[in-house]
Design a protein around this ligand. Structure first.
Ligand SMILES: [Zn+2]
Ligand SMILES: [Zn+2]
Length: 339
């Protein structure tokens, strides 16, 4: 079967790999659609700190079960998505269902081989979640990034009616804004350095757009909003951190959504945090219930993922799809592969 194979940083090919055969407690899944994520770019380019090589990357998908053990909660023909964080199953975090806190968790397609850029994958049945029939075939490949946005919003636990700023509106930021709106944020300002996002976000109903490189960031945002209750920083650079901390109202929350690369250090203006008693909240990955919530929000039409799909390529043309995604960041959000 065809599968993407990364031998090491920068060394990528679509090749024939032996079709996997499921062991005890595992299912065989035929991939229907798979999305390229920023963390896959990190794996392919070699700056994802948890990546292992060689491997088949990919962790965002929808597929159909082709074989599963008799006692599995899914059966042949079921449409499923993959919860890609595999916990040890025995530590206090795993026993509490918080696999993202497991000290040894592995992410399928990043820190564990067997990623979903392949025609078929073998996945432990415990990692599979059924996808409701109402969700579109391609859209279902975006359940995973929507679950990230759900987790981010649950971490914020914002009160309804809040004033929200989202800095950085790639796939995750765009979904974070949509989930915040679904959770009754009153005012949402969206920030990006790409001018092309202005019209795109307006199409999703977010018409308060600030271009990040048009003068000081805080001033631009203040034209729309006096202060913010929650800032979702999907960039996490010193400049965005500064602007976010300036904007937050006393008791406000900064949610750090970006994932760090290497020794990513941020300078904290401690006095600003102290005087207004601000909360700094990190968000990492998700738990399985975030996937169920993501599917609910998508099925109810409260999160629209269709407009985020900017390209669909055959799996065999992965290299071309990847090159296009890298060459035109202003044009692309989510690029999908179809085996
Ligand atoms: Zn992802
Ligand atoms: Zn564990």
């Amino acid at each position: 079967m065809k599968a993407v194979f990364v031998r090491g940083p920068g060394d990528l090919a679509v090749m024939e790999r032996d079709p996997p055969s499921p062991g005890p407690g595992e299912a065989l899944v035929r991939i229907v659609a798979a999305g390229i994520c920023a963390s896959d770019v990190g794996v392919i380019e070699g700056f994802n700190p948890i990546a292992v090589y060689p491997l088949t990357p990919g962790h965002e998908c929808v597929g159909v079960v082709e074989a599963a053990p008799d006692d599995a909660p899914v059966r042949r023909g079921d449409r499923v998505t993959v919860y890609p964080s595999v916990g040890c199953g025995a530590c206090p975090a795993c026993l509490a269902g918080r696999y993202n806190h497991c000290p040894t968790f592995k992410v399928i397609g990043i820190s564990r081989d067997g990623g979903i850029f392949a025609e078929r994958v073998v996945v432990p049945v415990a990692q599979l979640l059924p996808v409701p029939a109402g969700l579109g075939e391609l859209e279902s490949a975006l359940i995973e990034p929507t679950a990230v946005a759900v987790h981010v919003n649950r971490r914020a636990a914002a009160a309804p009616g809040g004033r929200v700023v989202v800095i950085g509106t790639g796939v995750i930021g765009t979904l974070v804004a949509q989930v915040a709106r679904a959770y009754d944020a009153a005012d949402i300002v969206v920030v990006d350095r790409l001018e092309s996002r202005r019209a795109f976000l307006a199409g999703l109903g977010f018409d308060r757009f600030v271009r990040a490189n048009d003068g000081p960031l805080g001033q631009g945002i203040r034209r729309h909003l006096e202060a913010a209750d929650v800032v979702f920083d999907c960039v996490c650079a010193n400049a965005t951190l500064d602007a976010a901390l300036d904007l937050l109202t006393p008791g406000g929350k900064l949610v750090m959504v970006a994932s760090p690369h290497g020794e990513h250090r941020l300078e904290l203006p401690f006095a600003k945090v102290y005087r207004r008693e601000l909360s700094l909240i990190a968000s990492r990955n998700y738990v399985p219930d975030d996937f169920r919530e993501a599917m609910r929000l998508m099925a109810e039409g409260r999160v629209e993922v269709g407009p985020l799909i900017t390209g669909v390529w055959p799996l065999a043309e992965f290299a071309a799809a990847y090159a296009d995604l890298k060459a035109y960041p202003d044009r692309h959000l989510k690029v999908l592969l179809r085996p």
